[in-house]
Design a protein around this ligand. Structure first.
Ligand code: PLP
Length: 362
C-alpha cells in the first residue's frame, strides 16, 4: 500500500504501522471531538481523556505502583541529565555513576554542574564494549543517587539484570532506548526516564517515572520548569505539555496492550535479536562489537573487515529498502536498531540480505 522501507534508525525510529494508520485517520478529526488532537486545549475534558488514558496505559504496561508519579515532560532525555541531579542532590551532593558510554558521560557533565560525581566502574578503556561489573562495597552509602543507562544505544550493550543500589540510595536510570522492550521492575528505581523517540513515539516527549518520596528536594531558586514536584502537582500540565506527542505515545501504549504487553514484546524482541546475532556469528564477514552476554536487544552493532565494505554494505542494503544502518561515528561499522515496532519480517529481510552480502563479498 505504500513505498515504506524498513527503517533501522536509532532514533527517531520506526513506529508501529497500525498506530500511524490510526493517527492518519484521526488527524483531521479525532472521534466525536470535532477537532484534531493538535487543536485541543490541554485543559479540556477531551484532552484530559487522552493524557490520563496514556498514563493509565503506561502504568498497566509497566505495573507502576501508586507511590510513583508519571510525568510527561519536554526537553528530551538530555534535559534529565541535569534535571534529575538538580532534584536529587539533597544531602551529600555526591552521586555514583556507572560509565557505559557517551550517554552516561553526557549525564555526568551535567551532574557535575551541581554536585560531585564519582565513577564507580567504567568500560571506557575498551570503548564501552561491555557493561562493567561492580560490587556493593564499591558504592558510596552516602551517595544521593546511583546512575545507570539501561541500554547503550550507540555501543549496543545493555544490562541484562538491573543492579541493586544500596539501601537509601535511589537508582536513577536512563531507559531511552529500551523502555518497554523487556520486563523491568520499576521498584528498583527511584527515577526512570526516557525520551519517547526510540521505542515509544515521536520526538518531543520525555517521560519521567519518579518515586513520591523523592519529590520536594528541588532548590527554590531553580527554574520552575525543572522542578519535579511542580510538574507532579500539576499532572504534567503546569504549562502546555507536548499534547500531540503524548497522544501518539498513548496510541503506541494501546497498541502494545492489545498485542500482549511487555512480555509479548520481550518474547518477539528476543527472537528478532537472536535472528540477527546468529547471522552475525554465523557469517565470516561480520564481527559483533560487544561482549555477547551484554548484547542489546534493541541496537545490534557489528563491523565488516574494511571501511570500504562497511560503506558498500550500507549502500546495497539501502537499495533493498533497508535503511539507516550506518553505525554511530564513535563505533563505526553497522548498527541495526530493531525496536518494538520493527516487524520480524524486517529483521528477516535484513538477515537475508546479510547472508547474500556475506556470500558475495567474503
Ligand atoms: C537518544 C538517547 C538520549 C538522548 O535523548 P534526547 O531525547 O535526544 O535528549 C539519551 N540517552 C539515551 C540512552 C539515548 O539513547
Amino acid at each position: 500500500m505504500s513505498n515504506r522501507v524498513y527503517n533501522f534508525a536509532a532514533g527517531p525510529a520506526v513506529m508501529p504501522e497500525p498506530v500511524l494508520l490510526q493517527a492518519a485517520q484521526e488527524l483531521f478529526c479525532h472521534g466525536d471531538d470535532g477537532m484534531s488532537v493538535m487543536e485541543m486545549s490541554h485543559r479540556s475534558a477531551m484532552y484530559e481523556k487522552i493524557i490520563f488514558g496514556a498514563e493509565e496505559d503506561l502504568r498497566r504496561l509497566m505495573n507502576i505502583p501508586s507511590n510513583y508519579k508519571v510525568l510527561f515532560l519536554q526537553g528530551g532525555a538530555s534535559l534529565q541529565f541535569y534535571m534529575a541531579p538538580l532534584n536529587l542532590y539533597r544531602k551529600s551532593f555526591s552521586a555514583d555513576y556507572i560509565d557505559t558510554g557517551s550517554w552516561t558521560q553526557k549525564g555526568m557533565v551535567e551532574a557535575k554542574k551541581i554536585g560531585n560525581v564519582r565513577i564507580v566502574a567504567s568500560s571506557k578503556a575498551d570503548n564501552f564494549t561491555y557493561i562493567p561489573s561492580f560490587t556493593q562495597d564499591m558504592l558510596d552509602p552516602e551517595a544521593d543517587f546511583l546512575y545507570i543507562v539501561t541500554n547503550n544505544t550507540i555501543y549496543g550493550t545493555r544490562y541484562t539484570a538491573i543492579p541493586d543500589s544500596l539501601p537509601g540510595v535511589p537508582l536513577v536510570g536512563d531507559a531511552s532506548s529500551n523502555i518497554l522492550s523487556e520486563e523491568i521492575d520499576i521498584n528498583k528505581f527511584g527515577v526512570l526516564f526516557f525520551g519517547a523517540q526510540k521505542n515509544v513515539g515521536p520526538a518531543g516527549l520525555t517521560v519521567v517515572i519518579i518515586r513520591e518520596d523523592l519529590l520536594g528536594f528541588c532548590p527554590e531558586t531553580a527554574p520552575t520548569m525543572l522542578n519535579y514536584s511542580v510538574m507532579a502537582k500539576n499532572d504534567s500540565m503546569f504549562n502546555t505539555p507536548p499534547t500531540y506527542a503524548i497522544y501518539m505515545a498513548g496510541l503506541v501504549f494501546r497498541w502494545m496492550l492489545e498485542n500482549g504487553g511487555v512480555p509479548a514484546m520481550e518474547k518477539v524482541n528476543n527472537e528478532k535479536a537472536a535472528m540477527l546475532y546468529d547471522c552475525i556469528d554465523r557469517c565470516s564477514l561480520y564481527t559483533g562489537t560487544v561482549r555477547p552476554c551484554d548484547r542489546s536487544l534493541m541496537n545490534a552493532t557489528f563491523v565488516l573487515p574494511t571501511e570500504e565494505l562497511n560503506n558498500k554494505f550500507v549502500a546495497e542494503a539501502a537499495e533493498r529498502g533497508l535503511v539507516n544502518l550506518k553505525g554511530h561515528r564513535s563505533v563505526g561499522g553497522i548498527r541495526a536498531s530493531i525496536y518494538n515496532a520493527m516487524p520480524v519480517a524486517g529483521v528477516q529481510a535484513l538477515v537475508n540480505f546479510m547472508e547474500e552480502f556475506d556470500r558475495a563479498n567474503r
